[in-house]
Write a protein that binds this ligand. Sequence first.
Ligand SMILES: [Fe+2]
Ligand SMILES: [Fe+2]
Length: 341
Amino acid sequence: MAKHEHLAKSMALPPITPQPNVYPLSWHAHTKKLEDIWDAAQRENWDPKKLPWDTFDASKYSWEEREAIAYWWTILSVFDASAPPVFAAAFIKTYEAHEEDPVRRCFFSVTRDEQNHEQVCGLAITKMLEHPDPLTYVPKTEIGRKAQRNAHWLYYNGGRYWNGYKNAVPKYSLAVLFSSFLMGEIAAATIFHQMAAKCTEPVFKEAFRNIGRDEGRHMAICLSLMERDYPKMDLSDKALITKQVRAGFLFLSGVLFEPPEDFWDIPADFVAWQREIETVARNAGFFVPEYEAKKENWKSAMLNLKGVLDKYGIPFPAIPEVGITGEEIRDVDMVDIIPVF
Ligand SMILES: [Fe+2]
Ligand SMILES: [Fe+2]
């Protein structure tokens, strides 16, 4: 390689640095709301290790119950364990785009929060199974065997999503990414508030409360950015968002509702087994909403999102699974989607 030319010998100032370049040398701040959210994130930061784990005794549950509860945490992990790298990639993009300073910090806070959420999943699973990995754990009961087979399929599908996401980040504008993130945050805030309200195990209750509060902030970040950017958005981005919302519904149904078989590559008895496992968890005091309640919750979350998108004239997709009419979107694949928790 040729030695780098010393421009400084012949120029008073260096040439302009080509953009996008990963670092801004500026700290512009235009959106006060984002500064407030960052301050809240600093105040509300918490440590998963400091939850009241001393009140928790896994041995009071039977092995069936432990494996069933660990299964629910495993489903959650399929979404939450990809969230730190997903937001880390979006965080880098805010630097490349020379986003204003509070936007960069907000995305940093989301990345950190999601890392906390992932830690909670790991702590809960490890204590329940006495093993740090639901895929290599040796099941002790029939429920555990069913849970593990399903977990393998969930993990396989989640891996397909990650490959799609890596391609999507450089391709889409931050505006499109925000609406997809909002979808995930609305879903997450919904589920954690429900879990926190009805869960009987103190340590899980507190974890859900903290996670739900974080997800509420993440939602507020997306909403503030939409408020800032959507009034001047490209028309072509609107169609893309409609498609992303449909894709996000199908993907997030895996945790909020039940994974639809034409989108999720899963065995025919996957849902039946999952219902059986969830019944065991529910009877052990670990609240998982039943089918009708999940459907209602998911529907109202989607209607909330519709209310936001309507304001900006972005068509909402038809979601017949929960009885919402709208634009028909076909041929959505796991590799096309962005939403995360
Ligand atoms: Fe999360
Ligand atoms: Fe989140």
